[in-house]
Design a protein around this ligand. Structure first.
Ligand code: EPZ
Length: 417
């Protein structure tokens, strides 16, 4: 098993070019299945989740080729409408292929998606919406058999919760369905807008993506196109946090400041200087860090749940007491034990964590428990005195493209063993 060995206490300084967004690349790879011809997806990050998505596409007859940070997909479905159980178990977001396969083939058999460690992560909102669009779903020992006996048709769908994945699945099923679909209380995350833009470039008729109400007019056919994936806002937040915890100064390039206001606002409350440009961001964290009285994760454009662990790592060293409430996932404090091992003073009660800032963190041997929890421990290791050995880093490789190379380029002492 690989691990990161980090010598903490070094100030990060310099420029980082931000990678493409994992949570945009994955639904767009699924969307490529809907299109005839070839899609050329640029700025695709090299991540284990992206490779898993390519394996799923190949398993249903598509040709998927990664050249550097470009993925070329030729979607010639073999008519095979079943995703192998092993591939479904690899990542939670594999459920996103359901909407695409129903859209193109009208049928799909797949296993319940693999869990992420964040809690039950049901798919009830996905299935309820698809049923309204004419999908019949039979479930037998963990396998979903979906068919559309009277064809896939548009519908008015209201989401009880603005689920990102459910919004994406409905979009993927709606673009080739007969008639119009209206999604109310849709998720507003920027990755939804990126997915809609790709689909529009392929000929889809979508309005309102990025807002709470999305309208889709079904069309007959979509044709693949060349599209550049948006920058990853959570990876951007991670590098900002690494600068904050080391008292450093970083310039982040090829990123989109507008999608980061929820995070920049918190970093500024913590006494960091942040300046925004059209496609770049600067952070200067020279002053002593301040606690944040109360931080609550919310659907976009609120403070993102994916940045909660990462910001908590920084708050461990901030003067004062911070209260963090995690409202999106049930079990997203799995990184707390390891932070406490590094000297943090944190108390968890249900969905609330109380962080009393300490003067310093000490390096320790810790394990990543999930993707963003792992990123939080990487952040804490950079800001701790002494050596941190971080294991189970396959979690981190799901969402970060060569993080050790990026961090070394701005002065971190980190190696992968
Ligand atoms: C997406 O997950 C992201 N993953 C997550 O990022 C992110 O944390 C999450 O959105 C929220 O922003 C990808 O885009 C691949 P949800 P998703 O459906 O779609 C409940 C990362 O670190 N829910 O908005 O699974 C669910 O249990 C990952 O990159 C239902 O109850 O998120 C959760 O509590 C982690 N029923 C909440 O809604 C459903 O049918 C948010 O889920 C669907 C969801």
């Amino acid at each position: 098993m690989q691990k990161f060995v980090i010598q903490g206490g070094r100030r990060l300084e310099g420029d980082i070019v931000v990678q493409g967004a994992k949570n945009s690349a994955l639904p767009i790879l699924a969307a490529a299945f809907l299109c005839k011809g070839e899609s050329v997806l640029e700025n695709c990050p090299k991540l284990s989740d992206v490779y898993a998505a390519c394996r799923i596409l190949s398993s249903v007859g598509c040709r998927c080729e990664m050249q550097g940070h470009t993925v070329i997909v030729r979607a010639e479905p073999s008519g095979k409408a079943a995703i192998p159980e092993s591939l479904m178990q690899e990542m939670r977001s594999s459920i996103i292929f359901l909407g695409a396969m129903l859209g193109r083939l009208g049928t799909c058999t797949l296993g319940y998606p693999g869990g992420c460690e964040l809690g039950p992560r049901p798919i009830d909102l996905h299935l309820e919406a698809l049923r309204r669009m004419g999908v019949q779903i039979r479930e037998e020992n963990g396998i979903l058999m979906c068919t559309t006996p009277r064809g896939l048709h548009g519908a008015r769908v209201h989401l009880q919760f603005p689920s990102v994945g459910a919004t994406e699945n409905i979009l993927l099923a709606a673009v080739l369905a007969k008639g119009d679909t209206i999604i109310s209380n849709a998720a507003r995350e920027p990755e939804i807008l990126d997915l809609a833009r790709y689909l529009q470039h392929c000929g889809a008729k979508i309005e309102g993506a990025g807002s709470s109400t999305i309208r889709v007019q079904g069309v007959k056919q979509l044709t693949g196109c060349t599209y550049r994936i948006m920058p990853d806002r959570i990876v951007t937040a991670t590098w900002l946090a690494c600068a904050a915890i080391t008292g450093g100064a970083l310039q982040l390039l090829h990123t989109d400041a507008a999608s980061l206001e929820g995070i920049l606002d918190v970093l500024e409350q913590m006494n960091c200087q942040c300046s925004r440009d059209v496609s770049s961001l600067c952070i200067n964290a020279g002053k002593p860090l301040k606690a944040v009285r109360y931080l609550k994760t919310m659907p976009y454009p609120g403070f993102p749940t994916d940045a909660q662990a990462i910001v908590m790592a920084v708050l461990c060293k901030a003067g004062g007491t911070s209260v963090i409430e995690e409202t999106i996932f049930e079990n997203r404090f799995r990184h707390v034990d390891a932070l406490v091992r590094m000297g943090a003073d944190i108390h968890v009660a249900g969905r609330v964590a109380v962080v009393h800032g300490v003067k310093q963190l000490c390096g320790a041997q810790v394990s990543a428990t999930d993707l963003r929890g792992g990123a939080a421990l990487l952040t804490a290791g950079l800001g701790a005195e002494g050596e941190t050995v971080l294991t189970e880093i396959s979690h981190i490789d799901r969402g970060y493209d060569s993080p050790e190379t990026v961090l070394r380029s701005v002065g971190a002492k980190i190696e992968r063993r």
